[in-house]
Structure formats: structure tokens, C-alpha cells
Design a protein around this ligand. Sequence first.
Ligand code: GLA
Length: 318
Amino acid sequence: MISLKDIYGKYFRIGAAVNENTIVSCKNLILEHFNSLTCENAMKYGNVCDINDNYDFSTADAIYNFACENNIPMRGHALVWHQEIPTERFEKMTPEQLKRRISKHMEIIGERYPKLYAWDVLNEAIDDKHGDFLRDTVWKQKLGNKYYLEVFDAARNKISDVPLFYNDYNEVIPEKCDKIFSLCSELATNGLIDGVGFQCHLNINQHTADDVLRALDKFSGLGVKLHITELDISMIDYDDLTLYDAPTAEMIEKQADLYEGAFKAFRDYSEIIESVTFWCVSDENSWLNYFPIKHKNWPLPFNENHKPKEAFYRIAQF
Ligand code: GLA
């Protein structure tokens, strides 16, 4: 069997997002194909910490220990996000209290997981709406329009040994890409980031390999590393409520084409790309089976039975 991590060894790491179940159910697939892991949710604020600041690391530890035991490097995801946080509690804090809380959180989690090769410090801060720059979040409301500088500054102080990343989605859409670029340029100028994460949640009907290339090209001059952090290619449009039993031949072909083109683009920029991570391991456990509605989707190169699909062969044979 061809192994993705072996084929791509000279280009970049091949990663997967995992949870406490998939490290068991997909263990063979993980060991065979992946040399990078990310916790799908387990290291997010609300998953390690309750509203009284009591920490429970059991799930994140299980995944971290699995990665360490199998010598698989891990990315940390994510320190500051607008989801999976105690928003109401944060809203009641003064800016100073909120800064202290997040700084302490970084210190605690940084000490707990010292062997990560990247941390997504700030996730999805940019607004999708035309014209607006930052998403309206409790972070922005409390810490102001330059809160991202403070967040990265705190991370630099508390997590000094791990490269720090800004992570976002829709980087393939030019207006959003420009906004992400502008934020990351400011962070880079201030020496506050080491890399940028492109989530790369793609769709067979909405995106092309050229969209991916354009975004990579734009960021190639920034002087920091790129990680593809959450790659998958949805077969179903966001507003399509049809419940498909199986993908059509056309869907399979379109997905394979886009995976092929995207990986060609990644190889072209492999000097700056360090890792390409799929969001989940196989079609069996993709988050897209539950988003935006409960339906079957088939976004990954491995099918529900963990077997390689057409997309896999297009990525693996070039
Ligand atoms: C975003 C987040 C991830 C994850 C996915 C959906 O992209 O960055 O952590 O929540 O959504 O699973």
C-alpha cells in the first residue's frame, strides 16, 4: 500500500485532525499515512477548562500521549477563538482581567504540551462580510481593534519555544485573503507570528486549484511558514439540503480533480509549506457529516471503510 507520509516526505508533513475515538478506530490508517496530528477539539479552551478555570486535560492528554508514543509530531489548535469559550463570563470581565485569564491559560496549556511544532494562537479573527475587517467577538469588544497584537504578544511570552500561527478559512476568496494577508503582515512586521494556517475547507462546486494557487502565491512573499491546517473537499453545497445516499460519478471525479490540483499547488510551494493536514481521518468521521445539517458527505481521500478513494490515488500518484 502506498503511504501518503512516505510519498510526501520530501515535500511536507501529512496530517490529520483526530479525536479520542478516531485515535482508536482509525489507528492503522493514522500510523500508515500520517506524520502530523491535530486535536479536532480537545485542546480548545472550552474543552480543557470549565467556567471556574478548573482544567481537565484527560481527552487532550490521551491524544497527546498517543502522538508521543507513536512519534507523531502535533500541532496545537487553538488558543484564542470566538467559539467554545465562556462568552458571558468573558463579557463581564474588565479588559485587564480578560488579558490575565488568556495569558494564564496560555501558560498552563503551554507547559502541559511542550512538544508541539506549532500553535494556532488566533483562529478565525477576520470577518467574512464585505468591508468589515475583524469579526465582532468578545475579544475585539474587550481588548479593542488591535487585540490580535496583544494576543500574540501574550503567546510569545508564555509559549516561547513553539512557532506561533494565525489560522483562518476562506483564504481562497480574494477579498478574505487580502484581509488575512493584511492582518498577518502586521503581525509579521512586529515579529509576532512564525506562520499562517490556511484551513482549506474546499467545495467541488465552488473552488478551483487556481483559487488555491492564488492564495499561496500571495502569501509566499510574507517570509513566514504556511501550514494547510484543515483540508477537506465537500461534495455538497452549503445550501443543498438533498440527502444523498452515495456520491455520483461526477462528484467523485470533481473531487479527485480538485484534490489533484490542490496537491500540485502545495508541491509547487513546498519550500514554504511545512504540513498539509486533513480535517478528520476518513469519510466515516468527518465533521461535514453533521454540518450544516446531518447528512452524508464524502470530503476525504479515505472512504467510510477507511479505504482509499479516487482522490487518494490522484494525490498519491503524480
Ligand atoms: C473550524 C475550526 C476547527 C473546527 C472546524 C469544524 O474550521 O477551526 O477547529 O471546529 O471549524 O470542525
